[in-house]
Ligand binder design. Structure first.
Ligand code: PHE
Length: 489
């Protein structure tokens, strides 16, 4: 029996349904009541194997963050000191919040809004975390899909050999020609969004899981090859020292906020992505162990990306603090000086495109799951609706270097604004509320039951420790770092 009935809801219908059709509310019409019970009986698409869970979750965490953000932020904030703070924030704040999100998602067995309503009915509007997540997803996808667009365009350019020049002025001109061309920026962005949309309509098992299971091993393989090349270069030691020897004099409070925001961004937490993926986890999946593995593998990818990039940057005499353009201007110039540089450059951008794909799938899955389940429309329609809603903000980010270059808010163009707001405000605030929800509303017993798979795993003490972190430490720490970083006190 097809689950999805009826045509697409009209927009006002849509908004009403979205908020009113929770599991605890009465559905607005008999037709919807029928659909509701019908949907409950339906088998929910999910991840089918432990490797699939790991590949998809790691696919979400590993992304442009590792290859584009971590290296340029590390370069711009003085190297190892910044990395160390990022590592600490990941362990003390990121990991507990990630575990909490996955646990909520799996217990609620639904999109973030419904999941929060299901596990804590009549206990306040905590489902708003899911709504904020959806907004966060739109903010991030808008600029993220544009960076992914550059990467996909660079795959073609690298294969065609048009980026081969050891002169950074030439590679800079090539980059500017791409980002300052309104139509090219938009077209590449929609190539990426269309591809991701296509995979998402195939579903969780056949789309997300199947694709990430194939792409993740490829990513590791390419990364290891590039590290090998980089480590064989003359200045490998200088690059490694920059990456691993802390210089705390360059660490400002803003850098600490940036490092924490990066921890959230990297682990895909604070906006319901991990809740959504948690809802596809198998009942017997060990949540803390999976989260820990994903965190370690994600960290490893960031470090390997740093190892692949910095020795090469130093060997050919470039500045590590080039900022966001490091990957697009500095690296092509670096690769051009290597033997077989064109092949390695192509490998690098394929690797980055792979990473961006896994992350974008999980980012866009948040609104898709919400719209699919709340509005009871098919995944295909939910994906189409999501992409339609994305058209405006993503065009804003894509055109921020050309037609909208003069549109600035608080000194930032739209691209920078979306990036700043999401990493430094939406995700950390989301993290505070997720921690408070588990610590003060859902409660210790429910949390322990969820983490131990209802008593099947002997991890009570671990669950207790994570619970204490979530109840007291994480919210205060996040608030302090945000307050200081944003100069609120
Ligand atoms: N973790 C992804 C990256 O590093 C980005 C992301 C953020 C994905 C939030 C999903 C949710 O690129």
């Amino acid at each position: 029996m097809p689950v999805i009935l009826g045509g697409a809801a009209t927009s006002s219908d849509t908004i009403m349904l979205l908020w009113r059709c929770g599991p605890n509310q009465t559905a607005p019409s008999p037709r919807h009541a029928f659909m509701s019970s019908d949907i409950k009986k339906q088998h929910r698409d999910s991840f089918t194997s432990s490797f699939g869970v790991l590949a998809a979750t790691l696919g979400s965490a590993v992304g442009l963050g590792n290859i584009w953000k971590v290296p340029y932020l590390t370069g711009a904030n003085g190297g190892a000191g910044f990395l160390l703070i990022y590592l600490l924030a990941t362990l003390a704040i990121g990991l507990p919040v990630m575990i909490a999100e996955i646990a909520i998602g799996r217990r609620g067995h639904a999109n973030p809004i419904t999941a929060l309503q299901t596990i804590a009915p009549h206990q306040g509007p905590w489902w708003l975390i899911g709504v904020a997540g959806m907004i966060g997803s739109f903010l991030i996808v808008s600029f993220y899909s544009e960076v992914a667009a550059w990467v996909f365009a660079y795959v073609i350019k690298a294969l065609g050999g048009t980026l081969l020049s050891s002169d950074p002025n030439v590679t800079a001109a090539a980059f500017e020609a791409l980002i300052q061309h309104p139509l090219r920026s938009l077209i590449w962005q929609w190539v990426v969004l269309g591809l991701i949309g296509g995979i998402l309509t195939m579903g969780v098992t056949k789309g997300i899981e199947a694709v990430t299971k194939r792409l993740m091993p490829l990513l590791f393989l390419l990364l290891l090859v590039l590290c090998g090349v980089s480590l064989s270069l003359e200045q490998a030691a200088t690059g490694l020292a920059f990456l691993f020897k802390p210089d705390f004099s360059r660490l400002t409070t803003t850098a600490v906020l940036t490092a924490m925001g990066l921890a959230f961004f990297k682990l895909s937490i604070g906006m319901g992505t991990m809740m959504t993926y948690g809802s596809y986890f198998k009942r017997e999946q060990n949540i803390p162990v999976t989260a820990f593995r994903v965190m370690c593998a994600d960290m490893a990818v960031s470090l390997l990306a740093g190892i692949a990039i910095f020795p090469a940057v130093f060997t050919f005499g470039f500045a590590p603090e080039a900022g966001p353009s490091l990957v697009f201007i500095t690296l092509p110039a670096v690769f051009s000086q290597l033997p077989m540089g064109q092949a390695f450059m192509a490998a690098f951008f394929v690797l980055t495109a792979v990473a961006a794909t896994g992350a974008l799938l999980s980012l866009i899955e948040v609104p898709v799951a919400i719209l699919h389940e709340r509005l009871r429309i098919s995944r295909r329609r939910a994906t189409a609706l999501t992409l339609t809603l994305l058209a405006l903000p993503s065009a804003g980010a894509a055109l921020s270097q050309s037609l909208l270059a003069n549109t600035r808010i608080a000194g930032l163009n739209l691209f920078e604004l979306f990036d700043f707001l999401s990493s430094n405000i939406v995700l950390p605030v989301g993290g505070i509320f997720i921690a408070l929800f588990v610590g003060w509303v859902w409660g210790r017993n429910n949390f322990r039951a969820a983490l131990s798979n209802d008593g099947l795993l002997a991890n009570q003490q671990l669950a207790n420790a994570i619970f204490i972190l979530l109840r007291y430490i994480s919210p205060i720490l996040i608030l302090l770092i945000m307050g200081k970083g944003l100069k609120l006190f």
